[in-house]
Design a protein around this ligand. Structure first.
Ligand code: TYD
Length: 192
């Protein structure tokens, strides 16, 4: 099962993936976690470009979409481990939300794996801005407002659960467990 975590910067994806991972393993599941952008050379180039002031221009966004797609292709084989639950910090859905050019992004991601479940960690933009360093060009109120809206629209195209990420870490974690449980044949009321 391929479960992707999406949400604007600072939504708590990495913390929540770690917490869900521990819980799933304690319940006997085999789990693998992934992060996009990866730590490949392409991923490093992406992080460099993200800090450039021109990262939001149309041309650089097209280049970024290419690089994100290539970075993703490099980890494609890991996604096909049928015996494991894959928890992924971002996916091609990030490209749809951030690069804002669906035709181009869809062509480039023709072979990207479709998620079995999308967990959208929905956070207020002001909280996001206060939690992030502002180093990346996307970490500003205007961009994140657009991205948040894109996510809420995009979620409708996938099997999804929207999680209120404005709550405390433990409440968010328990909401995620309750949301995931039925998709894994577990009883949501049995979750502590
Ligand atoms: P992020 O998860 O925020 O990494 P970190 O926690 O190390 O800062 O990802 C970096 C940025 O990349 C984030 O602003 C979202 C953006 N991004 C895209 O624009 N398109 C994509 O396809 C992906 C995967 C990420």
């Amino acid at each position: 099962m391929y479960i992707v975590f999406e949400g604007i910067d600072g939504a708590g994806k990495s913390t929540q993936i770690q917490m869900l991972n521990e819980w799933l393993e304690a319940n006997g599941f085999r789990v693998e976690t992934l992060v996009e952008p990866t730590d490949s050379k392409v991923g490093k180039l992406i992080r460099e470009i993200l800090q450039r002031p021109d990262a939001t221009t149309e041309t650089v966004q097209k280049v970024l979409a290419l690089l994100f797609a290539a970075d993703r292709m490099l980890i494609m084989d890991k996604l096909n481990e049928e015996s494991k639950i894959i928890l992924s910090d971002r996916s091609f859905i990030s490209s749809l939300a951030y690069q804002d050019n669906p035709e181009w992004v869809k062509v480039l991601n023709k072979y990207a794996k479709q998620p079995d479940l999308l967990l959208l960690l929905d956070l207020d933009v002001k909280t996001s801005v206060s939690r992030t360093s502002g180093e990346d060009t996307f970490e500003n109120e205007e961009t994140l407002t657009r991205v948040k809206q894109n996510y809420l629209e995009l979620a409708k195209d996938y099997t999804h659960e929207i999680i209120d990420a404005n709550n405390g870490v433990n409440k968010v974690s328990s909401d995620i467990k309750k949301a995931v449980a039925p998709h894994l044949g577990m009883c949501p009321d049995c979750i502590r």
